[in-house]
Ligand binder design. Structure first.
Ligand SMILES: Nc1ncnc2c1ncn2[C@@H]1O[C@H](COP(=O)(O)OP(=O)(O)OP(=O)(O)O)[C@@H](O)[C@H]1O
Length: 317
């Protein structure tokens, strides 16, 4: 089967920044190191990483807003620094800030100024985008009167208004209440169903796990791990069960004898009834059942622990 042509293609991308000269010695910091990444049409790629891992810098390269030290970035086959590449992109920045005397309606019509649409088509597009993000009721209010979450929602509408094929969303859930988060998640899945390609960065691992087809863990400017959806399903989501004594071996459970005489059992939720039965039979008490961590959270922690002596990523380079 032939692979679909990637709409975002990054090859061997390096970004180095020159620090101030010290004693005539020039220092360089590597912000991104040998990033190679491709996203196919209609797919959702989630990027996660610690603060300072390089996520926003990577996004800036995709948007053609900064120049790479080496390597290539292309959007729909066009180098990312060419203006034509941007026609394919809708962008929500990490901390959206817009002229706050504007209304969402005015802001979105600015986003459509290069589109050949009739007045009524523009109006229809603006209304439907504001409705999609739950901001239709505030279409004519000044942005300066908005909460952070309302600005975030308006920013998302702006990213969508020109109907781009590719959406680049830097922390789309930031500042949103639980309803807002669900709304954005549903919206992203809807956009995906419409064939849009989405690349987003987030610190909310549950959302990333739910929405992404593929996840990239960026650490200290490098791709530390890529996880495909199929692999995500297979990640362990084990329960941890604390039992008041020693247990004999049991199928489907890993048992660790603790120094205080208790046992810590790890098992999948479907084998819990067998384990409870075993505890009853052995006359042991179940002291605690801890639900699984987000499986992505477990993998993320593992990757970070194994790829670094965790010094703050900002010190890297
Ligand atoms: N203009 C700049 N000048 C100097 N250093 C910079 C600049 N922009 C980014 N950096 C450094 O590059 C590294 C990556 O920053 P970036 O903003 O891409 O991280 P991030 O993963 O988006 O972090 P966060 O999760 O906190 O948003 C950081 O160490 C940051 O200090």
């Amino acid at each position: 089967m032939t692979q679909p042509h990637p709409v975002i293609q990054i090859k061997n991308l390096f970004k180095k920044l020159r620090s101030q000269e010290k004693f005539l010695i020039r220092h360089e910091r590597t912000i991104l190191s040998n990033i190679t990444l491709a996203v196919s049409r209609g797919k959702v790629l989630g990027i996660i990483g610690l603060n300072g891992a390089g996520k926003t810098t990577l996004v800036k390269h995709i948007l053609g807003l900064t120049r790479q030290s080496s390597g290539t970035v292309s959007i729909a086959g066009i180098p990312a620094d060419q203006p034509e590449a941007r026609k394919h992109l809708g962008y929500l920045p990490e901390n959206p800030y817009y002229y706050d005397h504007l209304t969402p309606e005015e802001l979105l019509s600015f986003g459509l100024c290069h589109q050949f649409l009739s007045r009524s088509e523009k109006k229809e597009r603006i209304v439907s985008c504001l409705r999609a993000v739950g901001m239709a009721h505030a279409a004519r209010k000044r942005l300066r009167t908005f909460s952070k979450g309302m600005v975030q929602r308006t920013g998302l509408a702006l990213a969508m208004v020109s109907d781009p094929d590719i959406l680049i969303l830097d922390e789309p859930m930031s500042g949103l209440d639980p309803f807002g988060r669900k709304m954005v998640a549903d919206l992203m899945l809807d956009l995906k169903q419409k064939g849009k390609t989405i690349l987003f960065c987030s610190h909310i691992l549950n959302d990333v796990e739910r929405m992404a087809d593929r996840i990239v863990i960026l650490h200290q400017g490098r791709i530390a791990k890529e996880i495909r959806k199929e692999e995500m399903a297979g990640l362990s989501g084990e329960l941890r069960v604390l039992v008041s004594g020693k247990l004999p071996p049991s199928e489907g459970a890993s048992i660790e004898a603790l120094q205080n005489g208790h046992s810590l059992v790890r098992c999948l939720p479907e084998t819990l009834p067998d384990l409870l039965h075993l505890c009853r039979r052995e006359g042991l008490e179940v002291l605690e059942i801890k639900s699984p961590e987000s499986s992505l959270e477990a993998v993320f922690s593992q990757v970070i622990a194994s790829t670094s002596t965790y010094a703050c990523a900002e010190m890297a380079g």
